[in-house]
Ligand binder design. Structure first.
Ligand SMILES: Cc1ncc(COP(=O)(O)O)c(C=O)c1O
Length: 484
């Protein structure tokens, strides 16, 4: 006799053990159908050796079968060697029930990392403040209102926007209130939002070609190209972008800059140029996109404040936790001129589709409790020590190599003799040292007459964990060519 689901006809049936999805063939008896489905799941590898199956009673309930049918199917599969039944530990997939190997691997297995890693782009992953973050998450989620666990507000949690408005004013000189902040999933997401080709966010006047610095991140250039944006390169020197050049490009109304710390060459934008670019934006009716990716990390003096503070209506300020905490968090913020807030929100849609509201609450609590400031200060000391170690090692073993961009940030630039960058990179790869060449960051369309190419290395001194740093620096010194 077939049993009904549950003990009472009106009682909802529900799984009573681990969930197990099985498609029973419609033909044949129920017991045979169940055995076929289980064999198939084991053979295909979907049920790996050692996997614990639900108790037969629970499986019978879930599949609408008689208990006896499920019990007999299990017993027969044990007899056939597909399953193992042990008193007290239930029924598991037998260790010998090897699945058929898949025809081909879906993705190549990840290659082992380099022996020494000095690539730019990430903070020391081993220094993520796990304990402080977990404590902040516990506090934040304990007091979060129920509404926080619903679909998110595309502007971002007000708790985070409120503490960010204070933090950015205090630490970065940004002038804003929480209503002009929109939370996003890092800088890359902000770029995608602003330049979504299908639904342009920037008003037509600001949505023409975009001026970018002649050296920058190729990944960001790729995002802009994919959105159909023409990126016009501006030459740079040790005082940052030559913003006077903007006047030559009559069709450019928007400029993307890294004023606190030119990426990757490392200088801050000269104060005169900061004022000049704001004047340009006012005169042209244009906009500055300020990428403040690592502004907290300046070692010998106070951090350079944000250009946004000079004119909040002409600057979109873009910040991120990718350098200060971890790129794994995917959290960032846009501080917008008034006229762009609704446009950006419309582009985000009705619900937050990117940035986890629970991580936003945790970050708000982490900042509010002082944990973020403490972490940044601790990392600033640690990175400054590493920078000093790097500079001292180079002075001792390669004094002819000029090091620049060391006043701030998480990377330094080493100048190489013209024409030697590729061979130095080859030597690095041979020694198992991963490091970036300067050429990778150069805009392919910059006119060499306006800005000659420079050979160099971009050394990410924040990347390795502490214990691996000295060996990485030693490997770097060993591949630098002797002076000519
Ligand atoms: C130049 C530059 N801008 C912005 C960012 C931040 O990007 P995201 O927030 O998308 O991780 C980075 C990397 O951390 C960067 O190197």
């Amino acid at each position: 006799m077939t049993e009904t689901r549950g003990t009472h006809p009106s009682e909802p049936a529900g799984p009573t053990g681990n969930d197990l999805h099985l498609d029973l063939p419609a033909t044949g008896g129920r017991r045979a159908a169940l055995m076929t489905a289980l064999r198939e799941a084991i053979r295909s590898g979907r049920l790996a050796p050692g996997t614990r199956l639900p108790p037969y009673r629970a499986l019978a309930t879930d599949l609408g079968l008689a208990r006896n049918t499920a019990a007999e199917a299990y017993a027969e599969l044990v007899a056939e060697g597909w399953l193992t039944a042990r008193q007290g530990s239930g029924t598991t997939v037998a260790e010998r029930a090897e699945p058929v190997p898949p025809a081909r691997a879906r993705r190549p297995s990840p290659r082992p990392g380099p022996r020494h890693d000095l690539r730019q782009g990430q903070p020391d992953a081993s220094s993520f403040p796990r304990t402080g973050w977990l404590a902040a998450a516990r506090r934040a989620l304990t007091v979060a209102p129920n509404e926080a666990f619903g679909p998110g507000d595309p502007q971002g949690r007000h708790e985070l926007r409120t503490v960010l408005a204070d933090y950015l004013a205090r630490a970065r000189g940004v002038r804003t209130d929480p209503d002009r902040i929109v939370i996003c999933s890092g800088f890359a997401h902000a770029l995608r939002l602003l330049f979504d080709g299908a639904r342009p966010v920037l008003p037509p006047a600001e949505n023409g070609p975009l001026a970018v610095e002649a050296y920058g991140l190729g990944f960001h250039r790729g995002l802009l190209a994919a959105a159909g944006v023409t990126a016009v390169p501006l030459p740079i020197d040790e005082q940052g972008a030559l913003v006077d050049e903007l006047a030559r490009h009559r069709d450019v109304r928007t400029a993307l800059l890294t004023p606190a710390h030119q990426f990757p060459t490392g200088g801050p934008l000269h104060p005169g140029r900061r004022a000049a670019v704001v004047d340009w934006a006012r005169g042209r009716g244009g906009l500055i996109l300020e990428d403040d990716y690592d502004g907290e990390f300046r070692y010998d003096r106070q951090p350079v404040g944000a250009v946004q503070g000079l004119d909040p209506e002409r600057v979109v300020y873009l910040g991120s936790t990718s350098k200060s905490l971890t790129p794994a968090l995917r959290l960032g913020w846009m501080v917008l001129p008034d006229h762009l807030v609704d446009r950006v929100l419309a582009a985000k849609g009705e619900r937050e589709g990117w940035a986890s509201a629970l991580d936003q609450l945790t970050l708000a609590e982490f900042i509010d409790s002082g944990g973020y400031d403490r972490h940044v200060r601790r990392m600033r000391r640690r990175y400054r020590d590493r920078r000093d170690q790097l500079v001292a090692a180079l002075a001792a073993s390669a004094p002819h190599v000029e090091v620049s961009g060391i006043a701030a940030g998480l990377h330094a630039v080493l100048r190489l003799e013209p024409g030697t960058e590729r061979s130095v990179l080859k030597a690095a790869a041979y020694r198992g040292l991963a490091v970036d060449g300067l050429a990778d960051f150069r805009h392919p369309e910059i006119d060499p007459a306006a800005m000659p190419a420079v050979d160099g290395l971009v050394v990410g001194y924040a990347t390795p964990p502490d214990h691996a740093y000295a060996a990485a620096v030693e490997a770097l010194c060993a591949i630098l060519p002797p002076s000519v």
